[in-house]
Design a protein around this ligand. Structure first.
Ligand code: G3I
Ligand code: 9MR
Ligand code: CA
Length: 608
């Protein structure tokens, strides 16, 4: 596939920045993109050189471009503050009057970006308004608000992104405005791939497996990644129900008596439920094309679809999520009587299959080339599924594996590292655990991880928890998953420093980062204009589908071969390329948006 960058990117970015989508009231109209204007490679190289000359790291004053809640911690980083520039000021955006003055913190060099920065802390400014941050000798920041609703539209849009991502339904103008599109992937005629063949369902058997969300920039549906994504959204509801009860999204189910976040989660749960083979309880790893589609709209993608290999990881993630869904949806059973019981029965059946097939590690068949979400460390999947089933049933059968000691790869969860999700459920449910089960160990583990993250944030020149070694594929979700752990620590202890470190992660993805930009489509400026997202690229609309967070800086740069435009830098925090070629830094994914939904809600529900 050949990707060519477009020459009008700065002009479109500026136009885009002036209007933000307002998903509560329906998105604004975006202009149709003029097609066929392609820049020559030579011209592109010159443009890249020019861009490089001004340095890869962005703006001198970097902060959360959506602003801050009145009571939240308010930090900015300032680069290149010259000698003698020790003070900063906040000015009222309209009058230019100084409303706050402070001293910059000591300089620190961030190895991830090579910058020397100083922190401006203006947390004490609590009066709602619109402000600019000024440091002598620097261009002042753009205006930003201090407002009680600073992040409300972001949270609504980050959830609405899942609606746009639905398979098997037309995305209608009254919900989607300009991003309406015809139905794609009915998935009611899906073939059992030979890797998944069984006696009852030989290769070529046709099954129906509609609904669900496309995973990412591609149009395939993967159970492992659906697992953590759906869990995180359900946990967001379970932890902050009042916040989400009041957040209307304008989706087809709105007003049906269920909160819209749960309506959206159900679209994926109903798909997941079809991915279990009712004959034996095993769960197919993915529903996929043989190869990635071209950059076409969903309704134009008509190749055959397959369910591929039952895997232990998929089956356990399925068991965990269906058990959680049975718990979180129980109060809403009226709408679909028996649903909670059904989901729990499916979860138990999946568990039994996994126990009988503990080593069915996913192995990509030779004729399949789509994402593999391969993982050969499965003790954490066993632990998570057992934990959720123990909470749901109290049965002794789940006790040992739920409470067994084990390891994690990182401090925060990820699609292949899910033990932490069980801890989060245990502490959430600590008042309702079966006899003889307590959450003491989960609490200890969460606090130990959070203490390490907090210490890192406090020592970091950017005040963020993410280590330089953690700039992997999807790094933006990495820092937000860390924030989710910090939020748990806050909820357990009430200690404000944990919540402040979580706020810093949100600040990071919204502007206080290496390139000094927003990483969420439709919010802040610059914001991603060319995510590796098939609908955004193929729809002919200049603005990408709103509310999506891109993967973010990734020095692995695994997509280099297909990119005509160079990355601006090799440094970890600056390895981000806003070009459709960049699946390693600029793709979007359901598991990356989920902690954005969670953390944005947590901050709004908890900061006082
Ligand atoms: O965990 C290791 C770390 O220990 C090591 O130090 C580091 C150094 O490279 O690598 C880390 O692993 C990386 C892993 O992501 C971390 O989660 C791998 O290099 C990296 O290749 C891997 O990338 C995954 C990518 O698929 C390629 O397999 C992403 O996690 C995963 O989110 C992404 O998922 C794709 C789907 O397959 C298809 N759909 C789109 C989706 C998003 O891009
Ligand atoms: O579009 C694909 C994206 O969703 C995946 O994350 C990525 C890595 O698996 O692969 C993308 O597909 C590319 C493929 O790997 C190589 N040929 C070009 C494809 C389109 O960018
Ligand atoms: Ca694992």
């Amino acid at each position: 596939m050949n990707f060519t960058a477009r020459i009008d990117r700065s002009g479109r970015a500026a136009r885009h920045a002036s209007a933000q989508p307002t998903p509560d009231t329906g998105p604004r109209a975006a202009s149709r993109r003029p097609r066929g204007r392609r820049a020559s490679p030579v011209l592109l190289a010159c443009l890249a050189l020019l861009a490089g000359a001004s340095g890869a790291a962005g703006a001198a004053v970097k902060l959360n471009q959506l602003g801050f809640l009145p009571a939240s911690q308010k930090l900015a980083v300032v680069t290149d503050a010259g000698a003698g520039q020790d003070s900063f000021a906040l000015v009222d955006a309209a009058s230019g009057k100084t409303v706050f003055e402070g001293r910059l913190g000591a300089p620190g060099t961030w190895d991830a970006s090579g910058e020397t920065v100083r922190v401006a802390d203006f947390s004490a400014l609590r009066t709602p308004g619109s402000y600019k941050l000024r440091v002598n000798g620097q261009p002042e920041s753009k205006p930003f608000p201090v407002a009680a609703d600073a992040y409300r539209a972001l949270d609504a849009a980050a959830i609405k992104a899942y609606y746009y991502q639905r398979a098997s339904i037309a995305i209608e103008p009254r919900y989607a405005g300009t991003w309406a599109r015809p139905l794609g992937h009915p998935d009611n005629h899906v073939l059992v791939h030979e890797s998944a063949a069984s006696k009852e369902r030989p290769a070529g058997t046709v099954i129906s497996s509609p609904k669900g969300w496309y995973d990412a920039g591609d149009y395939n549906k993967y159970i492992v990644n659906s697992g953590i994504s759906t869990y995180t959204l359900l946990a967001a509801y379970e932890h902050f129900p009042q916040f989400f009860d009041a957040l209307a999204l304008n989706i087809p189910e709105s007003g049906n008596g269920l909160p819209d976040l749960l309506n959206e989660a159900l679209w994926n749960l109903e798909w997941m439920a079809t991915m279990q083979d009712p004959n034996d309880g095993g769960v197919y790893h993915k529903l996929t094309n043989k190869q990635f589609d071209a950059f076409i709209m969903p309704d134009k993608a008509t190749g055959p679809r397959y369910v591929v290999q039952k895997s232990t990881a998929a089956t356990l993630d399925f068991a965990a999520v269906m058990a959680v869904a049975s718990r979180v949806l129980a109060p809403f059973d009226k709408q679909d009587p028996g649903r909670s019981k059904r989901y729990l029965a499916q979860a138990e059946k999946a568990w039994a299959w996994a126990v009988a097939h503990p080593d069915a590690v996913y192995k990509q068949p030779a004729d399949i080339g789509t994402g593999d979400y391969g993982d050969n460390k499965l003790d954490d999947e066993f632990s998570w599924a057992a934990t959720e089933l123990l909470i749901a049933t109290g049965k002794d059968a789940y006790r040992a594996r739920a409470l067994a000691a084990g390891t994690t790869r990182g401090l925060a969860p990820g699609w292949a590292d899910v033990r932490q999700l069980g801890w989060i459920s245990l502490v959430q449910q600590r008042e309702h655990l079966p006899k003889g089960v307590d959450a003491a160990d989960a609490r200890r583990q969460i606090l130990a991880a959070a203490d390490t993250l907090l210490a890192r944030a406090q020592a970091s020149p950017y005040r963020i928890s993410m280590a330089t070694s953690e700039f992997n594929w999807g790094s933006n979700s990495g820092i937000l998953n860390e924030a989710m752990m910090l939020v748990q620590a806050y909820r357990l202890t009430g200690r404000a420093d944990y919540l402040q470190a979580a706020q810093s992660a949100l600040d990071y993805v919204m502007g206080r980062n290496g390139p000094g930009r927003s990483f969420v489509t439709g919010f802040g400026a610059p914001s991603p204009m060319h995510p590796h997202h098939r609908p955004s690229e193929a729809d002919g609309i200049a603005a990408p589908v709103p509310g999506w967070m891109v993967g973010g800086p990734n020095p692995g740069q695994q997509d280099l071969a297909g990119c005509k435009l160079p990355y601006p830098s090799k440094l970890p925090a600056l390895s981000y390329l806003d070009d459709v070629c960049s699946y390693a830094s600029g793709e979007v994914a359901i598991n990356w948006n989920a902690p954005l939904v969670y953390v944005t809600a947590a901050v709004q529900a908890l900061v006082r």
